[in-house]
Design a protein around this ligand. Structure first.
Ligand SMILES: Cc1cc2nc3c(=O)[nH]c(=O)nc-3n(C[C@H](O)[C@H](O)[C@H](O)COP(=O)(O)OP(=O)(O)OC[C@H]3O[C@@H](n4cnc5c(N)ncnc54)[C@H](O)[C@@H]3O)c2cc1C
Length: 410
């Protein structure tokens, strides 16, 4: 049996940050990862057209994001071009006048959320504050599907209001996933293809049951997505019902991507966005020619993305091409080619894209993040109080949990 001071479960952004802290402490550590790669929901794949981020792509709140300096120190390229959602293209169905109307509806909802969140009172779904009769409610829900991975009726108002967004968004030209994987500490033993199924904490040492045998540890940092805890794919003995409840209250919403290669890139303005149907929640958001490359990245979110993913391979891609033809005309069909697509809901080690708190569960992040007996520590994007759902939020919780685990042993 392997014996270490600190075992870290999950090698996404949170787990890698915790691993870095453990390595620097001089204590012995072991990083256990279910996949055959590092990075988790940070994953860049490479194509002749350039890198493609299947998961996180944007350094959100970049002016406060600690990963910006880390990415620069790796020698990678930070691109500061404004995001496409700040540069929506003119289309017949989404004219400047309609965009202004939508912008006003968005701001009005934001103001209502801020004012209600500032008052005492019970948590509620954000949808309680929406004007059901407005023509812009479907697109506001589409925004929520992209931003939260779920429509506003499933989103806690207090949790949503707690998210800190400075609206500065940068990219890593070589891929955010590339950067996260390169931040892995070189000296800490790491075991890939090694899912952990049970953490026993009923004896003097923790024991972690993995597909490659049992690991004993004095402390552990658990950095897996909430779905993995809520479904029991990773269990604890004795059981931790508070953690299970917290994880169930913080499900992973869904965002999927489809990448299209363009034969005639010049017909699409670079670094702009269009919606296939700005009057529907079941719309795609098309990022035209990211970084000027001859491709389009199509973003699908919420129930719509879940239903396309459920229809099986090809449905999201077909929707993406149909939507493009709707905006740019039937002639585009022969000029675009699907080169990659994601299915994060079906991914057994993610089960979705990023966490949102269900209405009434705004307090769940603190419950999930709380240590147990000063030897089980928890990290991951869902544990972040204000940068949840992001890679930098995950990183920061991993650093904090790693430091707490080290402190508990020295
Ligand atoms: C499509 C999409 C777009 C996104 N866009 C952005 C964005 O632009 N900007 C941004 O900041 N964030 C974005 N995110 C969110 C961001 O990717 C995540 O919040 C962040 O990467 C989560 O890191 P984590 O360490 O908490 O979890 P993960 O990255 O999920 O890491 C958890 C690790 O645990 C492993 N694991 C699971 N089960 C077990 C087990 N039983 N035993 C051992 N290991 C296990 C997993 O394989 C995984 O490697 C996006 C995500 C998606 C899917």
């Amino acid at each position: 049996m392997d014996e270490v001071d600190i075992a870290i479960v999950g090698a996404g952004a949170a787990g890698l940050a915790a691993a870095e802290v453990v390595e620097a402490s001089g204590l012995s550590g072991l990083l256990l990862e279910a996949r055959d790669r590092l990075g988790g929901r940070a994953h860049t794949i490479h194509s002749a057209l350039g890198p493609m981020d299947l998961g996180c792509a944007w350094l959100h709140s970049a002016d406060k994001n600690p990963l910006v300096a880390r990415v620069e120190a790796l020698g990678l390229t930070i691109d500061k071009t404004p995001p496409p959602w700040a540069n929506i293209a003119d289309t017949p169905v989404f004219s400047p006048a309609r965009r202004a109307e939508f912008g006003a509806a968005f701001q009005a909802l934001d103001a209502r959320i801020e004012s209600v969140a500032a008052e005492e009172g019970p948590d509620r779904p954000v949808s309680d504050l929406m004007d059901a009769g407005s023509r812009w409610t479907p697109l506001l829900n589409a925004f929520s599907a992209f931003y939260n991975g779920a429509e506003f009726d499933q989103v806690s108002l207090r949790d949503y209001a707690a998210y800190e967004d400075t609206e500065v968004n940068w990219r890593v030209a070589e891929g955010y996933g590339t950067a996260i994987a390169r931040l892995a500490p070189r000296g800490l033993p790491t075991r890939l293809d090694c899912p952990v199924s049970l953490v026993r904490h009923d004896g003097p040492r923790l024991t972690l049951e993995t597909s490659h045998g049992v690991v004993a540890a004095r402390a552990a940092v658990i950095c897996v997505p909430t779905t993995v805890l809520a479904t029991g794919a990773l269990r604890f003995l004795p059981a931790l019902p508070d953690k299970l409840d917290a994880a169930a209250g913080l499900p992973l919403g869904l965002a999927d991507k489809v990448f299209l290669r363009l034969d005639t890139p010049d017909m699409f303005p670079p670094e702009t966005q269009v919606y296939s149907d700005p009057l529907s929640t079941a719309t795609g958001a098309y990022h035209l020619r990211p970084l000027g490359r001859p491709m389009i990245e199509v973003f699908l979110g919420g129930a719509h993305a879940r239903s396309l993913e459920g229809e099986g391979s090809g449905a999201a891609a077909a929707f993406a091409v149909d939507g493009l033809a709707r905006v740019f005309g039937e002639a585009v069909r022969g000029k675009v080619h699907v080169i990659a697509q994601t299915a994060w809901a079906g991914d057994p080690f993610a089960g979705g894209s990023y966490s949102h708190a269900l209405p009434g569960h705004a307090g769940a992040r603190a419950v999930l993040a709380a240590p147990v007996d000063q030897r089980l520590f928890f990290a991951g994007e869902a544990c972040s109080p204000n940068f949840f759902s992001t890679a930098h939020g995950a990183w920061m919780t991993g650093q904090a949990a790693g430091a707490a685990a080290v402190a508990s042993l020295i």
